[in-house]
Write a protein that binds this ligand. Structure first.
Ligand SMILES: [Zn+2]
Ligand SMILES: [Zn+2]
Length: 428
């Protein structure tokens, strides 16, 4: 299938002119073999000017197939072990690519980490890149920002979108299922991300686009309907169709981010929890994928949001006066890692600072109505279970006791208002 990207750009009822940078998206069986044909539309140089960036696992999955159809191209194979989207990963990839004389195009063959490293390099080297996803594991393939850990601090760094996505069903449908489950969780995380955006919109008047929200809801609908068939090993055809649908949903969510120019439609409190754990300030290194952490974040956020909603409805919730940042807890958590200054800078200005206590109090019934749109904890649990996704902190070897700390600290990892951050102004 081709996704007609032109339908996502142009003027919108939200008042903006949405821009789409990716020129074409192909999702089909055997797409990697047809790379020369697809590249011909965007690249006219010699294949010796193409750098293929992959890791030792994704090289086996698709890198060598790409290399075979692009004779003369230069392949960089990063070690899959301990490879992260951080300054070390970027340095390593840059060093290895430096062996090329005249780099004109990068092919990112891999999942989220390879894509984030590539989109960052593509930006600083001013070389376009093509995305070849090897797993349906994240929704950020076409994102214009790179989610990276930079000197220990989780940062969203301006980067670039691929010019073309060539997603080969024969490749990504054969990825380890754990990666697929991670992609499903990343998408289901939109449930809380959208709530956060809508609540922030009514509280602060933050810009929102209904069309983009609808696009994310469409992605959610697509993923929910393909879940039962992703592990249908009786019919390869049906299973592959379900994978294409999942990849389509992930790319739709990516296009939604591209329309806005940042990750607001796709990342809320559930992602902030994942980012906090990646910063390793209240936990040690985790052996978990992005989507797995988002999955647990989604469960924690959903439970918290419904609890607060019920308190609002039952009259057990009042608004507290704003008292500024929680310097004490921030210092205790982030100073030992040398991240205290960074976290204060990130939170300046504090997104809670301008909120009027009285007005916020009056908005609580409207907020409760928005929270009604969030599926119940049981429904989210059922979806995650059906998809074979992770749900509990213990599954990534975290203690139950980390949950209250996560709820308290994670809203500070990013200067983005979420409902979780707003609960700091509530007394239950
Ligand atoms: Zn719009
Ligand atoms: Zn994500």
């Amino acid at each position: 299938m081709h996704i007609d990207v032109t339908t996502f750009s142009g003027s919108c009822t939200c008042g903006r002119n949405h821009e789409i940078y990716v020129k074409d998206i192909i999702i089909e069986s055997g797409a990697v073999k047809r790379l020369p044909e697809y590249l011909a539309h965007i690249f006219h140089g010699n294949y010796a000017k193409i750098g293929i960036l992959c890791d030792s696992n994704t090289y086996k999955a698709a890198g060598r197939k790409a290399e075979a159809v692009l004779p003369g191209s230069y392949t960089v194979i990063l070690p899959a072990e301990n490879l992260h989207a951080d300054n070390h990963g970027v340095e390593l990839a840059e060093e290895m690519l430096a062996g090329m004389k005249d780099l004109k195009l990068i092919l990112a063959v891999g999942s989220g980490t390879i894509h984030d490293i590539t989109r960052y390099l593509s930006n600083i080297l001013s070389v376009p890149f093509v995305s070849v996803p090897t797993a349906a594991s994240v929704d950020g393939f076409v994102s214009t920002v790179a989610a990276m850990t930079w000197n220990g601090m989780k940062k969203t760094i301006p980067a670039v979108s691929p010019v073309l996505v060539v997603a080969d069903t024969d490749v990504f449908s054969e990825a380890p299922y754990r990666l697929t489950a991670s992609g499903i969780s990343d998408l289901l995380g939109k449930y809380t991300a959208l709530i956060d955006w809508e609540v922030s919109h009514i509280v602060t008047g933050e810009y929102i686009c209904t069309r983009v929200c609808e696009l994310e809801l469409k992605a959610l609908k697509e993923v929910c309907s393909c879940l039962p068939q992703l592990r249908n090993y009786n019919s390869e055809e049906v299973r592959k169709q379900a994978y294409e649908q999942l990849m389509y949903a992930l790319l739709l969510s990516g296009l939604a981010m591209q329309m806005i120019g940042n990750s607001r439609p796709a990342s809320g409190s559930e992602h902030h929890m994942s980012h906090l754990w990646e910063m390793e300030v209240i936990n040690g290194p985790l052996d978990a994928y992005h989507g797995e952490k988002v999955s647990i974040g989604l469960m924690i956020a959903t439970k918290t949001y419904h609890k607060v909603k019920n308190a609002i409805r039952n009259g057990f919730c009042s608004v507290k006066p704003y008292k500024g940042l929680e310097y004490d807890i921030l210092k205790e958590a982030f100073a030992p890692k040398g991240l205290y200054e960074d976290i204060i800078t990130e939170n300046t200005p504090d997104p809670l600072a301008g909120i009027n206590e009285e007005k916020f109090k009056q908005q609580l019934p409207d907020i409760a109505r928005i929270l009604d749109k969030l599926p119940t904890e049981e429904e989210i649990n059922r979806l995650l279970t059906a998809a074979g996704c992770i749900k509990d902190v213990q599954e990534i070897e975290l203690e139950e006791g980390i949950i209250p700390k996560t709820i308290r600290l994670s809203p500070y990892v990013r200067n983005r208002l979420t409902f979780l951050r707003l609960t700091k102004l509530l007394r239950l």
